[in-house]
Design a binder for this molecule. Structure first.
Ligand code: ADP
Ligand code: MG
Length: 324
């Protein structure tokens, strides 16, 4: 792409203010070189954001830059890993400097906040498409894997779910969502467009929690990934789940859809032995992250979802499937 090098110089090649310790060589050579500490394993994850599929056309570029990195950092959080750096593969329909300035500013602010510098990438002309790969490190044997849930474990979530979905439905113009959101829309929109990856909590849980996943496609679907990989079942007690005021205004069916299958939450769902309840609560306090116990892992496969009265909830709460 002509102008590719200028574009990288103008928008992406800035020294990071934080997290340079792991970067031996950054943007400008054939490869970046990263250093890992002895006793640590590399944790790697990629996420792609496609216009019209993962974000609405016309989304504020700074928020898009933030979100593109946030969803990747959320994967590191879900493994209990510390960020080292990231690469950015960008396909752009044209060189729009105002858009690029906003995008790179949103990206850089979050990168600096979490000490995760941009170390390389690729740039080409094409439909707007953003692919980030993050690199992190986690001590040997301490990564929070999906296959490690144990029968009897508590199931915990950080924060609360459903607000991003409600914001999306309101932005798409659905009357039921607009009514429930009413004056809360700016806050809900923040949840959709500027999620905060739970990195501090994830690291505090490494070596303490058993299994973990970040909630990107909806709680029930994502919990299903843990259950499938671990060969276990669960009982989910929705009566324990924190509910944002705007969601409390929804009719029950819509509310359960948002809470259990909303997607785009970027909270952590994790399991831990009951003997570690206090340690989990301490990890939450130290990192300033609210956590709630919402169920337990069972040895018999299958998911039972009950309401506050112990009644089984009916409904399809599968996760978001891009090919569904
Ligand atoms: P190569 O031909 O080896 O793929 P490029 O010409 O694509 O190298 O890129 C030159 C340098 O700029 C490399 O260090 C690459 O990592 C970096 N780079 C390219 N695009 C981006 C981008 N969007 N963000 C950050 N770094 C980039
Ligand atoms: Mg290249």
């Amino acid at each position: 792409m002509s102008g590719e090098f200028d574009l990288i110089e103008r928008h992406f090649r800035r020294p990071a203010t934080n997290g340079q310790d792991a970067v031996l060589l950054g943007i400008g050579d054939d490869c970046a070189l990263l250093r890992t500490q002895p006793g640590q394993q590399l944790a790697i994850s990629s996420d792609m954001l496609v216009e019209g599929r993962h974000f609405l056309p016309g989304t504020d570029p700074a928020r898009l830059g933030h979100k593109a990195l946030a969803v990747n950092l959320s994967d590191l959080a879900a493994m209990g890993a510390r960020p080292l750096g990231f690469t950015l593969a960008l396909s752009l329909p044209e060189i729009d400097d105002a858009w690029l300035a906003g995008f790179s500013q949103g990206l850089r602010a979050l990168a600096n906040e979490h000490g995760c510098p941009l170390v390389g990438g690729d740039t080409t002309r094409g439909p707007l498409n953003i692919c980030i790969t993050v690199f992190g490190e986690v001590a040997h044997g301490q990564a929070l894997r999906r296959d490690a849930a144990q029968p009897g474990d508590d199931i915990w979530i950080s924060g609360r779910t459903g607000e991003a979905r409600l914001a999306l439905e309101a932005l798409l113009g659905h009357e039921w969502a607009r009514q429930a959101a009413c004056d809360q829309l700016p806050t809900l929109r923040q949840r959709l467009e500027a999620p905060q990856p739970r990195l501090a909590l994830g690291r505090a849980l490494a070596g303490l929690a058993h299994a973990a996943i970040d909630l990107s496609d909806g709680l029930v679907g994502d919990l299903g990934h843990i259950l499938g990989r671990s060969g276990r079942g669960a009982r989910l007690d929705t009566g324990q789940m924190p509910v944002a005021p705007a969601l409390a205004r929804l009719p029950p069916d819509r509310r359960w859809q948002c809470l259990l299958a909303g997607g785009d939450d970027y909270e952590l769902l994790f399991t831990a032995a009951t003997v570690h309840r206090e340690r989990v609560e301490q990890a939450a306090r130290i990192t300033g992250t609210p956590v709630t116990r919402i169920g337990e892992i069972t040895s018999v496969p299958g998911l039972v979802i009950v309401d506050a009265h112990g009644q089984t909830l009916q409904g399809r709460f599968g996760g978001y499937d891009h090919f569904g």
